[in-house]
Design a protein around this ligand. Sequence first.
Ligand code: ASC
Length: 149
Amino acid sequence: MKKVLLGAAVVGALVSAGAQAQVPADRSIKYRQGGFQIMAIHFGRINAHIKGERNLTPAQLEMNAQVVDTMAKVVFEGFVEGTDQSANTKAKPEIWKEFAKFKDGGAKLSAETAKLVAAAKTGDKAQLQAAFGGVGGACKACHDVYRNN
Ligand code: ASC
């Protein structure tokens, strides 16, 4: 029984590795760009609330923050090796030259987006504003280094 399970696990790993290798670069690029777009829309809604242009309920604030938090993880799935070789991306080759550092930037972003969710739950504007600044700073830190403008 153990052998069967192990065999299934190995086959599963091979299939998923093979499937990943076959994803065309432009699909990975579209995937991450879609994630970034969704993230920016929901981040923008929180910004509008902070600026007083919108008046979101605590539940709406939390939902928006949670989308930002989720997308912050999702987008990193799209940075597949080799996907800097396209006219459709602003991603710099440096990402894949120092991928651990790049992923570390992702971890920092996630730490900040988690704080945004916590701040949204309080509904307190000052806390929201502080957390918003933290997320924006984490976005910018990577964009400055790893994105062509
Ligand atoms: C946004 C957005 C970004 C970040 C960045 C923060 O709303 O689209 O790329 O915030 O501007 O510095």
